[in-house]
Design a binder for this molecule. Sequence first.
Ligand code: FAD
Length: 598
Amino acid sequence: MTTYRAPVADMKFLLRHVFRAEEMFATMPDTNEVNDELITAILAEAGKLIEGLVAPINQSGDQQGCKLENGVVTTPAGFKQAFAAWAVGGWSGLIGSVDFGGQGMPKVLSALIEEMNFGANSSFALYTILPTGVTLTLNQHGSEQLKQTYLPKLYAGTWSGTMCLTEPHAGTDLGMIHSRAVPSADGSYRVSGTKIFITAGEHDLTENIVHLVLAKLPDAQAGPRGISLFLVPKLLVDVAGNLTGETNNVTCGSIERKMGIKASATCVMNFEDSQGYLVGELNNGLSNMFTMMNHERLSMGLQGNGLAESSYQIAAEYAKERLQGRALTGPQQLDKAADSILVHPDVRRMLLTMRANIVAGRALSLYVAFQLDIGRFHEEADVRKQAEQLVALLIPVQKAYCTDRGFESCVLGQQVLGGHGYVAEWGLEQNVRDARIAQIYEGANGIQALDLMGRKTVRGNGELLKVLVAQMDEFIHEQQSVTAMQPYLEIFIDSKQRLVDTTAAIISNAVDAPDEIGAASYAYMELMGLTLYCFMWQRILAAALMAQEAGSGDREYLDGLIKTGEFFLYRMLPRSKSLVEEIAAGATVMMAMSAEQF
Ligand SMILES: Cc1cc2nc3c(=O)[nH]c(=O)nc-3n(C[C@H](O)[C@H](O)[C@H](O)COP(=O)(O)OP(=O)(O)OC[C@H]3O[C@@H](n4cnc5c(N)ncnc54)[C@H](O)[C@@H]3O)c2cc1C
C-alpha cells in the first residue's frame, strides 16, 4: 500500500518558479529573510514529521475513533505523541506574532504544511488548524491583556482552541443563536448555552482548551448585529497565564458518530455561567469571528487538495501495477498476461483530472495565501487594500471549488482501484469519507457560492472582480511576446471574457429579480473556479516553459506538467461554456415547483 509522501518538490516548483516567493518576500521588511533556502528547510522538516508521525496513525485513528467517558474525550493511539512532537517542533506558532512567542512566518508556508497534514491525516490536521485560527482572531481583535495571557501558550501548543458558533437550531443562520453572556462586576461575562458540532471541543492533547464563543447580551438586538464574541477557557487562568486549578463549567455532553474524520472529536459543548472575556467590541462578534472563519475556510480548501493528493498518489501507483485488459492499439506488455490499466484512455481521464485539479487547486490556495501575507506584511496601504479585496473575493471560491474538486478526486481515485478502492485496505474509502465534510462545514458550499454571487459580486457591482481581472490582464500583457504561450493565452482570454460577460449579465438580471442571484450562484462559483484554475495553469505553463528553455529543473517533470496543463485547457475548461448556458437559463425553472411537489 502507498503511504503518504509530502509533495515537497511540487510545492517548491510553485513557490520558486510560479510565484517567485523569495523575490516577493524580499519586498516586505518583516518577511525579507524568508528565502528559498529557508522555505525548502521548513517544508522538508514539516514533511518529515508528517510522513513519520502523522500519516502512520491515519488509518488506525479512523478505526479507533475518539471515546467519551465521564466527560473526558480520549483521542486514538498515537495522537498525543504526534501532537506533542508538533508542539515541541514549534509548528503551532509558525505564523504567530513574534511579540508573543510566535515565529512570524508567512501564511504561504503554513498553508502548504496544512495541505500536507490534511493529506496525511485530516483528523489530526483539525487539531492543529483550530488553535491557529483562535490566535489570529485574538491577535487581531483581543485586548492586550488577553493576548499576553493566552497567545504564548497557544503558540507553544500547550493549549489548543475551538470555534463555537453552531447551535441545534442555528447553523447557517447564526443570527438565531440562543447562547447568552451576562456582564459581571469585574468586567468579565458569564456565558451560558449549548453549542453543537464543535471540532476538538474536548480532548486529551493539551492541558487547556480556549473556546471562542458567539453569544448575545440579554438586551442585544435580534439577528446577527446582536452577536458578540467571547473567549471562554475550559480551565480558569490567572493574568500571568497560569492555570488557577479551577474548572470553568465547560463540559462536553456527547461526541458525534459520523461518516469520516473519526479521530477528530466533534462535540456538544455546554457552557453554564462560564467565565468569559469579550474579544473586540460588543455586538461586532460575527464580523470579528470572520478572521477565524476566513482562515478556516482556506484550510478546508486545503483539506480537499490534501486528500486529493493522497488519493492521487495511491491511484497512480496502483494503475502502474494493475494489469487488466489490453490497449486498444494492441498489446503493450507482451511478456505479461495483460497491460497495465494506464493504457486505457478512461483511466488516464481519471488520473489526469485528479492531477490537473490538484496542481491548480494548490496554486490557487497559494495565490490566496500570498494575498493574506501581502495584506498582513506590506508597507503600502493601497497594496494591502488590493490584497484584502482579492482575499474577500477568492476565499469562498477556494473553499467551495477546492473542496468539491477534492471530494471528486477522492471518488475518482477510488474508481481507478475498482473494487479495491471500495474496501478499507487501500485507504481510498477513508479519503472519500474524510473529504466529504469539507464541502459542508465552515459554511456549506452553497452558502459560499451565495456569498460570492450576492455579497461579493452583485451587491458590490462587480468591483472586486475588476481587481482580479486586472491581475489576469497584467499576466496576459507580460506573456504577449512569448511565442510558445500564444495558443494557451488565446484560450485564457476567451475564458476570462466569458466570466466578465456572465457577471455583467447576472448583475443586470438581478436588479428586479432577487432569485436570479441564488439561482445563478452555484454555477457561477464553478465558472469562477474553472476560470481561476485556468489562470493558475497559465502561470504554471509559463513557468514550466521558461524553466524548460533555460534547461533548469527536471525535464521529465516539466514535460509532465505541460501535458497536464494541456489536458486541463482542452478537456476540462470547455465545461465553462455549459456553465454559462446553465446560468443563462435563469431562476424560473428552479422556482416553478410548489413546496408540495417536492
Ligand atoms: C464534523 C463537523 C464539524 C463541525 N465543526 C464545527 C465547529 O468546530 N464549530 C462550529 O461552530 N460548527 C461546526 N460545524 C457546523 C457546520 O459549520 C455546520 O454544520 C454548517 O455550517 C451548516 O450548518 P447546518 O448543519 O445547520 O445546515 P443548515 O444551515 O441547516 O443548512 C442546510 C442546507 O441548506 C442550505 N441553506 C441554508 N441556508 C441557506 C440560504 N440562506 N440560502 C441557500 N441555501 C441555504 C445549506 O447550504 C445546506 O445545504 C461542524 C459540523 C460538522 C458536521
